[in-house]
Design a protein around this ligand. Sequence first.
Ligand code: PLP
Length: 378
Amino acid sequence: MEEIYLDFAAATPVASEVLAAMAPFWSEDFYNPSASYLAARGVRETLESARASVASVLGAKSSEVIFTAGATEANNLAIHGVMRQFPGANCVVSAIEHESVLAPANECDCRLATVATDGRIDLAKLAELIDKNTALVAVMYANNEIGTIQPLKEVAKLVTKERTARAASGNKLPIYLLTDAAQAANYLDLHVSRLGVDLMSLNGGKIYGPKQSGCLFVKTGVKLLPLISGGGQENNLRSGTENVAASVGLAKALELAQEVRASESKRLAELQNYFFSQLAKLIPDASVNGSLKHRLPNNLHITLPGQDNERLIFALDAAGIMVAAGSACSASGEESSHVLTAIGLGDASARASLRLTMGRTTTKAQLDECLKSLCRLA
Ligand code: PLP
């Protein structure tokens, strides 16, 4: 039985090129990049080239890239790093953020910005929530459950408007825009100044790089407090001996993602259209969650009325097909997904929903097989 993996939003296999690029830094090039001898200086150089490579994909400076152990850490560094400086300030975050944004934001005075039923942020409501005490706005680039792409440039305009008003009124509180781009990096433009963001988190484990690799883009001039203090590595923002292999892996993965971005996005968008049109024919009462237009090309989030997703997941697994219910990161929770609640799905519909996410090895034949199984089971 061929195994069909349709959970690429949860994890991607490490690309062979990435593995090859990382390998020396676990063995012959194991040196601490802070040591002074020649061999260690070579490792430092490689680490700094990895940083420059990530920076070039983001259209940023090397000094603006802080390596972290994944997007959870990057989001925590961004949120706590800003908010702990301004105890009286508030942050405004979209209601469909990943838990790694919601949890640290909820430790502060946090306001949730609602989304419309298509999963896109309501810009007028967001504007109403931003006030003179807002230090941080967090809106994810693309959602991990329903794949919705947010109008980041429009959000950035709102933040710039508030910044300009503060400059005129003498309000010294800064206001920054954070975007969690963990799910976007395979498919969307990551150029930070085109997007207008001040902080952006990325994750290697979703882009065919190693898990626990990632980075935070920190625009020059944005001041953060560190979460981890010690030897002062990563510009004093993330102490601890650098994980050179992970950083090299992230850089290589990002480089490859950039190379195949256009072709993979096109290929997957065609498969996505195919899947949705077949589904409409085969299971006419099935529905698609989230915007069809502003959507990651690899995301197939569907509701099959009357079904129980847990049963479907087990039955599909038995047929060799791996899919998720809602978000894999919150799979342990019994409650309905906050994302599906935010777009207006009731508990029964949420429980009848599946998230299928495609990747580089997904084929039309695999989707046909999956559709066949869904018809048999649903
Ligand atoms: N942000 C988003 C949008 C995600 O999808 C994930 C993981 O699923 C994360 C953050 C957290 O990434 P990690 O678990 O690698 O830290």
